[in-house]
Ligand binder design. Sequence first.
Ligand SMILES: [Zn+2]
Length: 81
Amino acid sequence: MKNRVGEETEYLKVLRHAYTEDRRTYWVCECKSCGEEFKVRGHDIKVRKTCGCIRATDWAAMKAKKDSQVTGSSLLRSAWI
Ligand SMILES: [Zn+2]
C-alpha cells in the first residue's frame, strides 16, 4: 500500500488512511472547499474535487473557468465523478 498521507491537490488534502477493501485503499481527506472530512479511494485522489459540498451549478461555473485556462481538457472532462 502506497502511503498517501500528506498528499495534497488543489481541492483536497489526505489526512489519514481510512480502510482497505478488496485491494482498494480508501483515505480520509479534507475538503478544501468546506473543511469537511470525507473518504476517497486512492485511485481517485487526483481527480476528486470536493466532498460533494459544491453544487452542480457552482461546479459547472468553476469548470468553465478552468477549461478556459487549460488547453487539452480531456483530463478534466473525465475527472468528474
Ligand atoms: Zn466539501
